[in-house]
Design a protein around this ligand. Structure first.
Ligand code: FAD
Ligand code: MLT
Ligand code: ZN
Length: 469
């Protein structure tokens, strides 16, 4: 590689102002959790698909690795460069335009750097709904959401980001543009390249635009909080909510007492209804009927849950502001954890029915191995997805705990996940955090197929090397 020649080629491709090499590049080089700090050769900010293709061709000609980056909110270190100073960060943030909203086909085509919240807003302004929702929605991008196949809080009803995407535009490792933005709901013409790219975490191509599915706005959305004595009760409540609310149930989140105590500690101004419950459930009902029948159904379901002793108390938000407040509590958990310092983070997927047994035995195994260990457990129970995070004993340093105990803790947790038929990555992806787990735990035949796909689509290995595989 000749760095000066490459930098000149990049400036020719996107304009000198959009090739950053000096000053503070920390926002691009450090991940959201502040766990991985890399060093980039340059940060390149193309403004169009043609410019992305030119950047890819320039990097390929110089044998230089590229790290695609959207909002840099990823949890597994997939979007930041390594420490070599030889990688180029390809930031999609300038590519944030709406290309087309098609109300008849219920689709929205948008560039990859569009921030999720802005996409939700575009849909809302047309009287429609884009239901992908996560606490990072104010800064994560559609490209990043699709590259990670993000989950979030509406998966129960609408599926992961994958299920919300009808088409993609992608720049390949050769610098060609695949225009797959058809928006068709049916298209069985060979291998589904869209689904191959979704969840590939920037290792197979650069997503430059996407066609997304929209939905009619619900007539009413109601949010409730319920206090439960145990995870088994949360599960029984989920069963009841599913049978009484059917497809109207859009969210079912759980928060363990200690996770909420961190929110209380770091954000004391947030109102905290139903304090002190061992487990708190946040439910959402989105209904095509009006507000009054929806409220009646939700209250009747919660009344039955109280009668059956599944919940000890419950509250239904009376206004949009109150509902936002309840969601704010839930969404503040990752932020409170970040304030608390580093921890050993897990994003696990299990059959929902296995979750109480998994937690009982894994909590006990961790407490026996590390006296005083603190478990920050919360997540998307409706999808069988827990954020089962392991924090150092009180007073111990989080970074040192991570350094010294991560392998041991991961072995305990991931062995138990495997024993219960689960997955070590539910929605955050693999990135650099779980490459070791992939090598160790993914079936060899699956790994071999993935490696052949990677070799075929990126023979020089320049797209996000060292990530996923
Ligand atoms: P980045 O972090 O920039 O990148 C993530 C990965 O995608 C990297 O591997 C990167 O190389 C690749 N990539 C990015 N853009 C492109 C592109 N255009 N083409 C190809 N590859 C690309 N995740 C969930 O699934 N559910 C949640 O509920 C959730 N909640 C969160 C809450 C908080 C507070 C935070 C900080 C994060 C949360 N996340 C959650 C994780 C994160 O927001 C998601 O993974 C999100 O999809 C990442 O989007 P991004 O634009 O920030 O991507
Ligand atoms: C969440 O559900 O809040 C996220 O996935 C973020 C996290 O796990 O910290
Ligand atoms: Zn999550």
């Amino acid at each position: 590689m000749n760095p000066d020649a490459l930098l000149q080629a990049l400036r020719d491709a996107v304009g000198a102002a959009n090739v950053l090499t000096d000053g503070d590049l920390g926002a691009y080089e450090l991940d959201w959790r502040r766990r991985w700090r890399g060093k980039a050769l340059a940060v390149v900010r193309p403004g169009s698909t043609g410019e992305v293709a030119a950047v890819v061709r320039a990097c390929a000609a110089h044998g230089t690795p590229l790290v695609p980056q959207g909002g840099n909110t990823g949890m597994v270190g997939g979007g930041v460069p390594d420490a070599s100073g030889r990688q180029v960060v390809l930031s999609l943030q300038r590519m944030n335009r709406l290309r087309r909203l098609d109300a008849d086909n219920l689709t929205l085509t948008v560039e990859a750097g569009a921030v999720l919240q802005a996409v939700q807003q575009m849909a809302r302004e047309a009287g429609l709904w884009f239901p992908l929702s996560l606490a990072a929605e104010g800064s994560c991008t559609i490209g990043g959401n699709l590259a990670t196949n993000a989950g979030g809080t509406q998966v129960l009803r609408f599926g992961n980001a994958r299920e919300l995407c009808l088409g993609l535009e992608v720049v390949t490792a050769d610098g060609d543009v695949w225009g797959g933005l058809s928006g068709l709901r049916k298209d069985n013409t060979g291998y589904d390249l869209r689904h191959l790219m979704i969840g590939s975490e920037g290792t197979l191509g650069v997503i430059t635009a996407a066609t997304l599915k929209l939905f009619p706005q619900p007539a009413a959305t109601l949010t409730a909080l319920a206090a439960c004595g145990s995870l088994a009760d949360c599960l029984a409540l989920l069963r009841l909510a599913r049978s009484r609310l059917d497809a109207g149930l859009t969210g079912f989140e759980v928060m363990e007492r200690y996770a909420l105590s961190l929110v209380e500690k770091h954000f004391p101004a947030l109102p905290r209804p139903l304090p002190g419950a061992p487990w708190t459930v946040l439910l959402e009902l989105a209904d095509a009927e009006g507000e009054a029948p929806a409220r009646a159904r939700l209250e009747a379901m919660l009344g039955a849950a109280l009668e059956q002793g599944l919940v000890t108390d419950a509250v239904v938000a009376e206004s949009i502001a109150q509902a936002r407040g309840l969601w704010h509590l839930r969404e503040s958990i990752p932020l409170a954890q970040a304030e608390e310092g580093l921890n050993i983070k897990h994003d696990i997927s299990l059959p929902v029915s296995a979750i109480p047994a998994f937690c009982a035995s894994t909590d006990a195994a961790l407490r026996a191995a590390i006296p005083g260990v603190q478990l920050v457990n919360f997540g998307h129970l409706g999808d069988g997805n827990l954020h089962y995070n392991v924090q150092a004993p009180a007073g111990a340093d989080g970074a040192a705990f991570l350094r010294e105990r991560e392998d041991e803790v991961n072995r305990i947790v991931y062995d138990a996940v495997a024993a219960h038929g689960g997955s070590f990555s539910a929605e955050h992806g693999v990135g650099q955090l779980k490459v070791h787990e992939m090598a160790e735990r993914k079936p060899p035949v699956a790994l071999a197929m993935m490696k052949r796909i990677k070799q075929a689509l990126d023979p020089q290995g320049l797209f996000n090397p060292g990530r996923v595989l």
